[in-house]
Each structure stands twice: as C-alpha cells, then as structure tokens.
Write a protein that binds this ligand. Structure first.
Ligand code: ADP
Ligand code: MG
Length: 703
C-alpha cells in the first residue's frame, strides 16, 4: 500500500491561515487585519507592510521563491504572473528577499490581453489586482517551485470590474446588508454578518493520457467531436457509486492530499453515472472562498492527472451519448453566529422567518429565472441543459412534499397549521436500525432544488467558474429581501404584514414551483402554459444580462454598472463564436487529414481484396456491398465537410458580437452535426486498425 496520510497534520499546512497569522503577526496588527477581514474595515498601509513581511517570511520558510496575484479574468479560468521576492543585487553582489505592503495589496498586470468587452481599449491597458484578504493566501508547490499565491480582484484603471471576483464580493455585500435588515425585523440583535455559503460538487472525467494525445478534438476543444457509441454505455448503472478502480483511487488519494495541504476541505468522492466519470465535493465555505477553492480543485485535478499518466476532462460534454459533467452549486445563507436562514426547523409552518426567506427566494427565482439561466450559460453547457440528462433549460424550484404542503395551506386558507413529518423508515429487517426519514424525498431532475437546509442549483457547467451563478443568486435574493423589508419596516402590525406578504409571494410565484419530472415532455408543455422561459442555448440566454430588469437590479445593489454588463454580453458572444470556430476548424482538420484518408485507404484495401477474390473465382458479394456502402458514406462525409468549411468561412466574415455568435449557433453547429453523422457510421465499418484515433470504448472503458 502507498504512504498513509495524516490528514489533521497536513490540513492547511500551505495556507496563511488564521492560526499562522496569530503566530506570526504582532497582536495589534492581527486585530487590525481581522477587522478588515470580518468587518470590511479599510486596511492601514502600515498594517499591510507588516502583514506582507510576515507572509513573505512564512512563504520563504516553505521554500517559496515567487509570489503571484491570482485573479479571475473573464476567460473562466484564473490568471497569474509570477514575481520573485529578490531585490536588485547589492554592492557586494548578493540579494535580499523582500515583499512590501504595496506589493501585497496592489498588482498591475498588463491587462490589455484579457477580454474586457470594450471596457478598456488596448491603449488604456492599465488594470489592477487588489488583494482579497477574505480569501486566504497559500503556497502552491509545482514544477515551478513554491509560489505564494494571493487571491485578488481585478479592476480597470477607472474601477470597472474586469473579473468575476469583484462583482461576487459586491453581491455578498448586498445580501449581507439586506439579510441583516430582515433579521432585525425579527428581533435578531446578535448576528453581525450574513454570508452566502457555497458547496460546489465537481464532476469530471479521467482518460488515459496516451489515448488523449491521439485525439486532436480532445486536445483542442476539450470534447470529442466524432465518436460512435461503444456496445455498452451507462445503461447498467454499474459505474455510479461503483468500486473505484485502483488507478483512479491512487489518483484521488494524491488529489486529496494536495487539496488538504492547500486548506481545501475535500470531503466526498465517488464514481459518477458515466463510465470514467467521477465527482469530488468539498465542505461548503463562504462564497468567495468557495469560488477560489473550486478553481484550485480544477487545477489540482488536472495537474495530478498528468502525474498519473491520465488526463482530466472538465468539459461539460466530452462524450456524446453518456452523461455530461456539471457542478452542483449548493447555496445557503448563514449568520456569523451560526444561524442558517434556510433551516426550516422541524415545524416549518410555524417558522415565520423561514417562510418569508423561502417565499422571497421563490419570488427572486421566478422574477429572474432568465438571469439565473444565463449565469449557467456556457458553450459546453449547451450540450447538457435541456438535453435530457442534467436539468432542463427551464428554471423551476423543487420544494418537496413538506414545504409544498405548507405553501398550499398558506395559499388556500391563508394559514399554515401543520407540517408533514418525516416518518420512521421501516426496512422489514430486524437487525437493521429503524430511523426517521427526511420529510421529503429527493428530486434529481430539478434545476433548483431545496435539499433540507440549502438550495442546490444544478445547472452550472463543470468547467465554468461558479462565480456567476452566485453573483446572481446573492443579488436577486438581496433584492427580494430589500423589497420585503421596505414593506415590513413601515408596517403598523408586523405579524399581520409578514403573514400577508408570505401569502402574497407564495400565491404570486407558485408557478415556479414544480415537484415532478423535469425531464419529461409534459413539463416542457406545462412550463410553457405557466409562462416560464425555456431558454435553450447560450446565445439565447445572453441578452438577459442587459434587460432593463437586470440593469436596474444590478445597479440598485452596486454589483454591475450598465457598462460592465454590456461588456460582459460582448465577451460572452465572442467567447461563444471563438469556441465554436475552434471546434469547426478542428473537425475540418480531423476529417480532412485523418478520417477521409483512412477511409480511402480502407476502400482501396477492399477494392484490392475484391479483385483478388474474383481472380480466385468467387463473387466477393459482401466485399462489394461494403465497398459501395463505405463509398456512399465517404461521399456524404466529403460533402458535409465542404459545407462545414463553407459556413465556417462565412462565419468569419460576420460582424463580431451577437450576429456572429448566432450564425455559429444556427449554421455552423448544424453543419458540424451533419459531418459527424456519416463519420460515426464509418467508424463502425472501417477496420479498427485503420481508424486514426482511439474509440469511445478505448477512452471511457480502459482507464
Ligand atoms: P449530493 O448527495 O447532493 O451529491 P454531496 O455530499 O455530494 O451531496 O454534496 C453536498 C454539498 O453541499 C457539499 O459540498 C456540502 O458541503 C454542501 N452543503 C451542505 N450543507 C450546506 C449548506 N448549509 N450550505 C451550502 N452548502 C452546503
Ligand atoms: Mg454529490
């Protein structure tokens, strides 16, 4: 067996944690810094200098040579530039290791090459990274040595957000302010801060690195663009929660060890539904830390895979025909003194504060379903949402039997007088313990499900940052809280007013509640009757960001300005067009240079065989039929390839932005599907030795 891990010993050993700060900072400085972290108090530059020095000494003790400001530009992944701690050589030729408060607080990467959607022209290249002291710094070890990583936000010279972190922090502020207001109305005088907490479950695929390297589609686009289904897929459900293969288990062990050292509380691991698919879930944390940690998780998953001769695929749909990967974003709102606002307690019908919070969330999700949908929009996610596996593209809320019953009582009689209780689970086996079941079963098909004391937003793509969905969730719920508080703060009789408000929200927004099967066609029809939006693709989702409703919402809470939203729209359209362009060009490349030549080779072999069989006096009927069939498919493939090349060149001529993105969606994507069809059929005919790349079977069953 490999080396055993002492988890409590290694956990957080590479994190500049509260414990390290207490040990290494003068008491007064520590207290000042905590005030900034906990209460948002402005940081004194003198304090920053002391913190920087302590942080550097700690990092250097761990072998660090460089530091970096980690930021989240609008590319979906993090970015970093490394600077070493060395000073200019002194007169005697030696150097010192130094790090100032200024360097800790502010960085200035050349920002001109990051997407800014017109917010910043190349001649105004200044962008700043600002230390986010609420997310701990850490030392990362890799082939580059050890590097002190400082989480930051990234803004333009004029203060506009160029990243996902800044608006996330703004949205956390918004929900904090409004939730505190709401709690005060219920007589809470002890909670000082309310945080959005997030636990993201991360799905991923693992394939053999050598096979991966033979697939240009995986290399360039992260997903397979061709590939016939193997005889077996996921129909037996024998992979889900199945025994983890030894090679994968040893990978997971190393992933966990690395994550624990970095203070990421990796908790759950299991095989997922599709062959070669797995999941990792950490324990939930405050939203900004969760967002940073999720980026670390994705990086570590990829890095450790390389060390094991594996490749980790984070794409939402690496393989057609089996499940894609998502990220379930578990979200709740919790006070600094440990009250979870989404905890219904045993008798939710009596928990007025909970019912108000719940109905506010229903109102928020109903009003801004389009924004929530947009927050999960991603090129790869178009293959999942609404594609009969992950949640449908229609936003609805699953509440479960107990809460739905409470709401029904409220709506029909104006009073909720009872809550369905969780019954005792009887297994019928004496030796098994009987225990109380949850009051509600689970529903796997809902995009937004209440799961006991949190909501689980299941639409998010596996490769995407979880920042956007949490920005939207925090802000829309802050708005609903604010509107409720506006009414309740003026009310003469609070009890009556809150009761009326809960009833009003429950009644007006009951259309968003759906407890049935989200994958069924009936639901699509029913949702249409209810007037719920069914936004099927990323290009259709993007405009929601700049509707008047969205602009007002984000402006009211200072999360995004109109200019910031408009820039994000532009970036999204561009990202879509670029991604599909790469996919189309990759298909053209593979079909033209690898597949068609291989099929021609095969037809030649067949033709030669036919000649020799006939010379031997037989009829070669099967060989001739196969040759005809293959030649027909080859012709179809070549025709589709020409068509794809044509529309891809036309797409390049289109005006950048919505027009181009739509053209890629409406013309190029179908042309890609049309090329894939004959090629996948050919894969089933052509001799395996001649096929130029590993098959689906090779990739997902032989890890
Ligand atoms: P599932 O059974 O839905 O797959 P997992 O155990 O894989 O659940 O993941 C559940 C996730 O929800 C974990 O990341 C967990 O820490 C997180 N979670 C649990 N409670 C809360 C909460 N109150 N707020 C936010 N996230 C939570
Ligand atoms: Mg899970």
């Amino acid at each position: 067996m490999s080396k055993l891990i002492n988890v409590t010993e290694i956990f957080g050993e590479n994190v500049f944690s509260d414990k390290v700060m207490q040990e290494r900072l003068p008491k007064k400085v520590y207290k000042e810094l905590r005030k900034t972290i906990d209460e948002g108090k402005e940081l004194d530059p003198a304090v920053a200098d002391v913190v920087a020095e302590a942080m550097k000494n700690w990092a250097v003790d761990k072998g660090a040579t460089h530091y970096t400001h980690i930021f989240h530009p609008l590319t979906g992944v993090t970015a970093e530039k490394h600077d070493s701690f060395i000073t200019a050589p002194r007169a005697d030729g030696t150097v010192l290791m130094e790090f100032s408060g200024k360097e800790l607080i502010k960085g200035e990467p050349d920002a001109s090459s990051f997407p800014s959607g017109g917010l910043r022209a190349t001649f105004e290249a200044r962008g700043y990274t600002a230390w986010d002291c609420t997310s701990p710094a850490y030392v990362r070890e890799d082939a580059a040595g050890a590097i002190l990583c400082i989480p930051t936000a990234f803004c333009s010279y004029t203060g506009e957000a160029l990243d996902k972190k800044t608006p996330l922090l703004r949205s956390m502020q918004a929900i904090n302010d409004q939730a505190i207001r709401l709690l005060k109305l219920f007589g809470n005088t002890t909670s000082r801060k309310v945080s959005a907490c997030v636990g993201p479950e991360q799905e991923y695929f693992l394939v053999d690195k050598q096979k991966y390297l033979k697939r240009k589609d995986l290399i360039f686009t992260g997903r397979t663009l061709f590939g016939a289904m193997p005889p077996k897929g996921q129909e037996l459900d024998d992979h889900y929660f199945g025994t983890i293969r030894q090679r994968v288990a040893s990978y997971m062990k190393d992933v966990n060890e690395e994550l624990w050292k970095l203070g990421v509380s990796s908790k759950t691991q299991h095989n997922e539904v599709a062959p070669a698919q797995h999941e990792l879930a950490p324990i939930y944390a405050e939203a900004n830390v969760a967002v940073d940690h999720n980026q670390i998780v994705m990086k570590v998953l990829k890095k450790v895979a390389c060390q094991h001769g594996l490749q980790c695929l984070l794409h939402e749909k690496p393989f057609a025909g089996v499940n894609g990967s998502g990220k379930h974003n578990n979200w709740s709102i919790t006070t600094d003194d440990g009250i979870n606002l989404l905890d219904p307690g045993k008798t939710p019908h009596e928990n007025i504060q909970f019912l108000l919070v719940l109905t506010c969330i229903l109102k928020a999700v109903d009003k801004h379903a389009d924004l929530l949908r947009e927050s999960a929009a991603d090129v790869g996610n178009d293959h999942r949402l609404g594609a009969n596996e992950a949640p449908p593209a229609i936003i609805s809320v699953f509440l479960g039997e107990q809460l739905e019953d409470v709401l029904e009582q409220l709506i029909s009689t104006g009073m909720a007088t009872k809550s369905i209780k969780g019954e005792v689970l009887h297994t019928g086996v004496k030796t098994l313990p009987d225990f109380t079941k949850d009051a509600t079963d689970r529903n796997r098909t809902s995009p937004f499900a209440f799961t006991g004391n949190k909501f689980e937003f299941r639409m998010v793509g596996s490769r995407d940052s979880i920042a956007s969905p949490n920005i939207v969730l925090n802000t829309i719920v802050a708005e609903a809280f604010a509107e409720a508080c506006d009414v309740l703060e003026k009310a003469k009789d609070f009890d009556i007013a809150v009761h009326d408000l809960i009833k009003e929200y429950a009644t007006n927004h009951q259309r968003i509640v759906f407890n049935g099967n989200g994958y069924s066609d009936e639901w699509v029809a029913e949702a249409e009757r209810r007037g719920l939006p069914n936004i099927k693709s990323m290009v259709d989702a993007i405009p929601a960001l700049v509707s008047d409703k969205a602009v007002d919402l984000f402006a009211k809470f200072g999360v995004f300005t109109r200019a910031e939203l408009e820039s994000r729209v532009e970036i999204q359209y561009e990202a879509y067009a670029k991604a599909i362009n790469i996919e189309a060009k990759t298909m053209i490349d593979i079909a033209g240079k690898q597949i068609i030549p291989a099929v021609i080779h095969y037809t030649k072999e067949l033709a030669d065989t036919i000649v020799s069989v006939k010379e031997a006096g037989a009829k070669a009927k099967v060989q001739s039929r196969l040759l005809d069939k293959t030649s027909d498919l080859l012709e179809a493939a070549e025709y589709a390839l020409d068509k794809l090349s044509e529309v891809t060149s036309i797409a390049a001529q289109k005006a950048e932005g919505e027009e181009q993105a739509r053209y890629f969606h409406e013309e190029v994507m179908p042309a890609m599907d049309a090329l894939r069809m004959p090629v996948d059929q050919l894969e089933m005919i052509v001799n395996k030795e001649l096929w130029p790349m590993p098959s689906y079977g090779d990739l997902i069953f032989e890890v």
